[in-house]
Each structure stands twice: as C-alpha cells, then as structure tokens.
Write a protein that binds this ligand. Structure first.
Ligand code: ZN
Length: 347
C-alpha cells in the first residue's frame, strides 16, 4: 500500500453518479454534506482528496419509475417529469461549484481541466445518461450546453424517444433489439455539430453500430468492460473494441463487480486483479492510448479492496505491482481521458 505522505497518481474518472446520490438524499443540503465530507456513498470531498481524484464526468441520471418506487418512494411525485429531474441534477452540480469556494469547477474545455488539475481544483464535466428530458427538436440541447454539458449517452438501458438501450440478463450478448429512432439519428448529428462526446456505454449492438456509421467523432465508452472476460450485455465485444480502436476512441474500465467478474456476480468480495485483467485485455485490443477508468462510483457496487474513491491509490499500487510502468499508469489514470476529450471537443 502506498503511504499517505506521498500523493498517489492523479485520477480523472469517466463516470460517477454523485448527482443521483445527492438528488436522492433526504438531507436539507446534501451538497453541503458532500463538501463537508459527511456524505454516504463512494464520493465526498475528503475522500476525493485522499484518492487524488482530480476530476471526471458527473452524470445526470433520471431513474425509471419502478426504480423510484423501490429505492426512493419520497421522490415518486417526480416520476413523470424527467425534465424536472434533469434540471434539478444540473442545478446540484452548479451548487457544488458555487458552494465549494473555489474547490470545484464545471469544466468546458481540456484547457480548463488542466488548469484545475494544476491548481488542485476538482474538474467536473457535465454528462447526461439517458436523454429522456430532451425534446425531439433538441431545443434544450443549447441551454444544457451553456450549462456545461459536454457528454451525452442518448439512452440508458430502457427505450426512450431517441432509441433502445442495452437491456438484458447475464450472461448475454449486447445484441438486444432495435437501435436509434430517426430522432436519435438527428441527435447523433447534433452532437457531432456541437462536438459533444457521445457515450456508447449503454448502447445495444444496433445503436452502437449506427453510432459508428453516423458519428465522425472517436468512439467512446465511458464505463464498460470486455465482454470476452465478463459476458454482460453492457460489456464490449471484440468486434466493438476493434471499431473503437479504428476510430482512435477510448474505453473507461467500470469498477462495478457485475461488469468485472467472469461470473457476473454483484459481490464486493472481488479482488483488484479483476480490474487489472480487464485493463490488460483492453490494452491488448486498443493500445496504450485508448484505455482509462470509468469507476461508476455511486452507481454500482465496487470491490471491497477499493471500497470507495479513497481506495484509488490501492488500485494504482496494484497496477504498479502488476508491472505497469509509471508512464503507462499516468496514461490510464488521466492522460488518455484528456487526449480523447481534446480530440472530441476540439480544444
Ligand atoms: Zn451507466
């Protein structure tokens, strides 16, 4: 284990569900709890500093109605209003920025991310997972872009006005049905025009290949793993990985045990070597410039040896023990993410 006296390698992470965790909280000021290091879950400011997480993509996520009824009965009044949920979660990210007294910032360019990293400010990129709230004419996209939106997964696992997400049981293929609607294809073109990152992580085969066909940007899966090692429908087949490599794209490894383990079990008793196994495989298929992290913190369960964001130095140590040199570790931990964001956004 690394000591607390020397800071571990910085980590820029491709996916977390902090905003969902804050939105579900029944506390009066959950953002205050996050900033004062008292929030339950995988992420708060103190643990972010301990883990040396310097930034990442922060997802807005509209929970489906049956999930709300099950996990958040106090929120069911909002079940039919995805726009209200989306705006509320965007507002939470803005509150983090304004209440943080300069400790966290919504970043719109890679230059801004770099400046945050060098000055110890948490670099937050706004991502939307499931564009349920977006009107088919895409009028809201401009205002969300203004608010800082730089990455979008058009569908989560369930169908919406833009298409069909990947919905299926373990083990299973990502080939789970229909792809994009015509409105979804228009959204892909709009994302290209605005140079928004299009996230492949919750796409089924059909929508994945439509994105490969229509999008001119690098193909990016922010939080997915290798299907050959863990046959979850959310993971990427070798053919999909080849297309991602071909486009000079990127895959962020998901720390969720369901996406890591060969048996697909939701079991925290999972070694960090399972993360290394996926990294090894993805490095072989994609090359060393196209792989990084997409933790899924606050969105799923992670291995006990990691526990939460404060455990990132233990993962870095595991990589070092597995023989990864420091240049490669830096690429995986943050440099590759900045590379693909710069290529996608253009600045
Ligand atoms: Zn996800």
């Amino acid at each position: 284990m690394s000591t607390s006296s020397s800071r571990s390698t910085p980590v820029f992470d491709g996916h977390n569900d902090l905003l969902l965790n804050l939105w579900l909280s029944q506390a009066e000021n959950p953002v205050g709890l996050f900033l004062d290091d008292k929030l339950d879950g995988h992420l708060d400011m103190a643990r972010i500093r301990q883990g040396n997480m310097v930034g990442g993509l922060f997802a807005v996520f509209v929970l489906p109605q049956d999930y709300l009824a099950k996990f958040a009965p106090h929120k069911t009044a909002l079940a039919h209003d995805p726009l209200a949920v989306t705006q509320a979660q965007i507002a939470l990210l803005q509150h983090i920025e304004t209440q943080s007294a300069g400790r966290a910032k919504i970043c719109r360019t890679v230059a801004e991310i770099e400046s945050c990293i060098s000055s110890g400010v948490l670099a937050m990129v706004l991502h939307i997972e499931g564009a349920e709230a977006l009107d088919p004419e895409l009028r809201l996209l401009d205002s969300w872009y203004e608010a800082g939106l730089r990455s979008i997964g058009p569908m989560w696992n369930l169908p919406n006005q833009f298409g069909f997400g990947v919905k299926g049981d373990f083990p299973g293929s990502p080939d789970t049905g229909e792809g994009f609607t015509p409105a979804g294809i228009s959204l892909l073109h709009a994302c290209n025009r605005k140079r928004l990152l299009i996230d492949l992580s919750h796409m089924n085969e059909k929508s994945f290949w439509q994105t490969a066909q229509y999008s001119d940007a690098p193909l990016v899966a922010t939080h997915s793993n290798a299907h050959a090692l863990c046959p979850h429908p959310r993971n990427l087949t070798d053919k999909q990985l080849a297309a991602i490599a071909e486009s000079d794209g990127f895959v962020g490894v998901n720390f969720g045990t369901t996406f890591l383990r060969a048996d697909g079990k939701r079991d925290n008793n999972t070694p960090l070597s399972d993360i290394v196994r996926h990294l090894d495989y993805l490095l072989e298929k994609l090359g060393e410039n196209r792989v990084g992290f997409g933790s899924d913190f606050d969105g799923t369960n992670v291995p006990d040896p990691l526990a939460d964001v404060a455990g990132l130095p233990r993962l870095i140590q595991e990589l070092s023990d597995a023989g990864y040199d420091s240049a490669l570790i830096e690429k995986l931990a943050w440099r590759n993410w900045l590379r693909v964001l710069r290529q996608t956004w253009g600045h």
